[in-house]
Each structure stands twice: as structure tokens, then as C-alpha cells.
Design a protein around this ligand. Structure first.
Ligand code: PLP
Length: 454
């Protein structure tokens, strides 16, 4: 394998330097429509990533733009200390309705990280309201990602971030994520997943169940675990463990929710493992405006309200403009039946990616659900060895994709010792024809990279 030259990420460099890689610049976005984007040179890109898995209904949706204009002309913002607003009510009702009978209330915020923070604070206030004041610990998985703010970073399983930010936050204990591709010798996927669940049970016992507030996890993995879907037995096991210990189960559906995996909540895939709270973001407003939510049942909200109310809020929480836009986005998702499309075209894409993997020496695994998929790269399929770090494999594939007019999603610390992958997460509007184009560009990008490695 030949070595590509390294890009030094200098302290203080803007984060975008990562994407510009060796070339030292990023293309400048000009416009976007449907699943395509154009830069200011006129170059066209097919969006195989929906940005960081956000533009679920595609770009430039006319009905959403109309709703945005109409609401903006009425009122963009009004203080919630003085006014309720109808778009807030409409959106909360819509989200709770789509989420099914386990949820009664939606608390609206502006980002996935804020949703994680709000879920943790709801869990804490619920415990305090019940007189269980010693409950302070939120368990999570390693690796995982739940957001960039300090509370969310504390439950994120990312040792690199911990090393830098530990002095300013209280890092929470982690249990292993149930990876399915690299398994301990002689152990089945199910056995391994159940062992990971058992480690949650042990961690709760070790921490003292009376000290634990909640366990947070992504039901279908995002970037941190690359589209990881555990076997069904895992979900039931962790639900039972949380129930046994009186620990709240929080599903982080910031990436996997809002139809991305073919159902409104990913939780719907495992009806015997319903979470106590769910966070949503990204696809709820699909990149048209910042909007996120925590869905909760009444049994969590009522004691908090009775004890004086939720001690939380942001200036932009539930602002009328964002809520009206999100209502229009969700309506469009339903009108275009994008959850069915996520299942149908998602399965078609998965099959196409697996065919490309069969022909490729460097694709070790293709996994995911609906239109939340990841492709894992390896140096050698038999040993599953990682491609040596100097090749910056996933970033290099991202750069080659950009050259070929294909947008993928990955990140600097993707995988590490757990492996490395690129996300294939196009807008849920993707047609079969566009899927063929995506697969063609992906196959080309993989063979360009293989030639470079040879
Ligand atoms: N949780 C998950 C699973 C995510 O994927 C992300 C973002 O990628 C977040 C939380 C944080 O969301 P945000 O970037 O909107 O703060």
C-alpha cells in the first residue's frame, strides 16, 4: 500500500480542515434541491449522507418553504414566559401521536445535544420529585455519541474527548456496545450481545442501583458504532435489566428517529423494549431549522410539574418559527410516505452495497436499518485488520467521494480500535434511480481508493 501525505490538524484550526483534507480548502455551497447539491463552481454532488444524517426530506421542499414564510410573516419569536404558541402545541401533539401510546409529552429544544441534556435533567428531577435524591449516575455505552455539550459529553463513550474534557465534567460509567462484526473467539452475535447486556446489569449493581438515574443508548447506532443493530434479544434484555433496577431507559434517536430506519421511532422495531424517554433531533426539522425534542410519558412529567416544574429551558426552545417548520417537515414526510421509502429503497441500497462489498477487497461489513447504513473498511477481510492509519482510510474515501460528486459522512475519530466506517444515509426521498446512481458513484469511489492503496 502506498502512503498518502498527512494533513496536520493544527491547534486552533477550524474543524472544517478535516473535510478539506490535503487540499486545504472546502468547496463553497451554492444551492441544493432534492438529493443534489451544487457548489459555486457549478459542480454537482449526490447526497449519500443527508449532511450529518439530517436532510431527511431532501432540499428545497416547496411546502416547507411556504410554511416557513407564512410563519415568519406572522411571528418568528414570542417569549414563552408570556405566550404559548400554536406551532409548539401542534408539533408536540404530532410527535407524541406518531411516537405511539408510551409517550404523552414533548419538550422542544434546539439540538440533539440539548435534547440529551434535557433528558438527563428530566431523569434527575423525576428522581428528586420521588424522593430518590441519591440517583445521580447515567450509564451509557462505549463507544457512543450523545452530543457535544458537557452533560452530553459525559455520557458519550469517547476516550479522546474524555482525555481533554475530564477536568471540567463528571464522566459517567460506560458498558460495551454490542458490536456484531468483530466478536470474541467462538462467541455468537447473540451470545456477545447478551454478555454486553449482562455487563450493564453488573455495572448497575456495582454502582448501586439506588444511585443510577438512567441508561442511555442509540437503538440503531449512528456514527459512533456505524449503523449498529443488536440482535432482538439484546433490547429485551436491557429493558428488563433497567426495569428490575428502577433505572430509566433513554433511547437517543437523534439520528435514528423521525423515520430514518423505516418507522417513526426506531424503538418501534422492538415493541417489548419500549424506552421511558426518547430524544429526537436531526430529521424532525430535516435541516430547515434547528429543532429537537424529548418525548416523555406523563408518569415522568407529572411528579416534576407537581414539584414546581422543570428547571430547564433555552431562549430558542419551542420558538414558533422552528416549530411551524418542523410541523411542515413531518407532514411532508407523511405525505410522501417516506418511512415506506426508507424501508423499500433502503433494502435496495443495502443489497447494492453488499454486492459492491462482495467485489471489494476492503469492505468488511455493510450494516444498518432502513436508510441508516454504514460500510466498514478493512485492510484484509479474513483478519478484519484495520487499514494502516497513515492512509486515513475513511477520510480519504470521503475526499474521493467529493471528487466523484458523492457526499458521504464520517469523522476524524470514527471507529478507532472498534473499526472505521462511512455512513450511507441519503435523504429518505431517494428514488430507485437515484439509488442506482449512488451505488455507481460509491463503487467507483471504492475502486479509486483500492487503486490508490495498491
Ligand atoms: N445524539 C446522537 C446519536 C447524534 O448523532 C448527535 C449528533 O450527531 C447528537 C446526539 C448531538 O446532536 P447535535 O449535533 O444536534 O447537538
Amino acid at each position: 500500500m502506498s502512503s498518502t501525505s498527512e494533513t496536520a490538524l493544527k491547534p486552533g484550526s477550524p474543524i472544517q480542515v478535516f473535510y478539506s483534507g490535503n487540499r486545504g480548502h472546502l468547496p463553497t455551497i451554492d444551492r441544493a434541491k432534492g438529493v443534489y447539491l451544487w457548489d459555486t463552481t457549478g459542480k454537482k454532488y449526490l447526497d449519500a449522507s443527508s449532511g450529518p444524517v439530517i436532510t431527511n426530506i431532501g432540499h428545497g421542499n416547496e411546502r416547507v418553504l411556504q410554511a416557513m414564510n407564512e410563519q415568519a410573516a406572522k411571528v418568528c419569536y414570542a417569549s414563552r414566559a408570556v405566550f404559548e404558541n400554536q406551532p409548539n402545541r401542534n408539533l408536540a401533539k404530532k410527535l407524541v401521536g406518531l411516537a405511539g401510546p408510551s409517550f404523552d409529552q414533548a419538550f422542544l429544544v434546539g439540538s440533539g445535544s440539548e435534547a440529551t441534556e434535557a433528558a438527563i435533567k428530566l431523569a434527575r428531577q423525576y428522581a428528586v420529585a420521588k424522593g430518590e435524591v441519591q440517583r445521580t449516575i447515567v450509564l451509557a455505552r462505549n463507544p457512543s455519541y450523545h452530543g457535544a455539550t458537557l452533560g452530553a459529553a459525559a455520557v458519550t463513550g469517547d476516550p479522546q474527548s474524555d482525555a481533554v474534557f475530564e477536568p471540567v465534567m463528571r464522566i459517567m460509567p460506560k458498558v460495551p456496545a454490542p458490536f456484531s462484526y468483530r466478536l470474541p473467539e467462538g462467541v455468537s452475535v447473540e451470545e456477545h450481545a447478551l454478555d454486553c447486556a449482562k455487563q450493564l446489569d453488573q455495572q448497575i449493581t456495582e454502582t448501586g442501583a439506588e444511585n443510577v438515574l438512567a441508561f442511555i443508548m442509540e437503538p440503531v447506532g449512528g456514527l459512533a458504532t456505524g449503523g449498529l443493530v443488536a440482535p432482538d434479544c439484546y433490547y429485551k434484555a436491557i429493558r428488563d435489566i433497567c426495569t428490575k433496577h428502577g433505572v430509566l431507559l433513554i433511547f437517543d434517536e437523534v439520528m435514528s428517529g423521525a423515520g430514518r430506519t423505516g418507522t417513526f421511532l426506531s424503538a418501534e422495531h422492538w415493541p417489548d423494549a419500549r424506552p421511558d424517554m426518547v430524544t429526537l433531533a436531526k430529521g424532525v426539522a430535516a435541516g430547515y431549522t434547528p429543532l429537537a425534542a424529548v418525548l416523555t410519558p406523563n408518569y415522568i412529567v407529572e411528579p416534576i410539574v407537581a414539584s414546581g416544574g422543570f428547571l430547564h429551558g433555552h431562549t430558542y426552545s419551542a420558538n414558533p418559527l422552528s416549530c411551524a417548520v418542523a410541523v411542515a417537515v413531518v407532514d411532508e414526510m407523511l405525505r410522501m410516505d417516506l418511512m415506506s421509502n426508507a424501508r423499500d429503497v433502503g433494502a435496495y441500497l443495502m443489497e447494492g452495497l453488499r454486492k459492491i462489498a462482495d467485489q471489494s477487497a476492503i469492505i468488511g461489513d455493510v450494516r444498518g436499518k432502513g436508510m441508516l447504513m454504514a460500510v466498514e473498511l478493512v485492510a484484509d477481510k479474513a483478519s478484519k485488520a484495520l487499514i494502516p492509519a497513515e492512509h486515513r482510510a475513511v477520510y480519504r474515501l470521503l475526499e474521493i467521494g467529493i471528487d466523484n460528486g458523492l457526499l458521504l459522512y464520517t469523522r476524524k475519530t470514527a471507529g478507532g480500535k472498534f473499526g472505521e466506517w462511512v455512513m450511507v444515509t441519503p435523504p429518505l426521498t431517494l428514488t430507485h434511480e437515484e439509488a442506482d446512481e449512488l451505488l455507481h458513484l460509491f463503487a467507483k469511489s471504492i475502486s479509486d481508493f483500492e487503486r490508490e492503496l495498491a
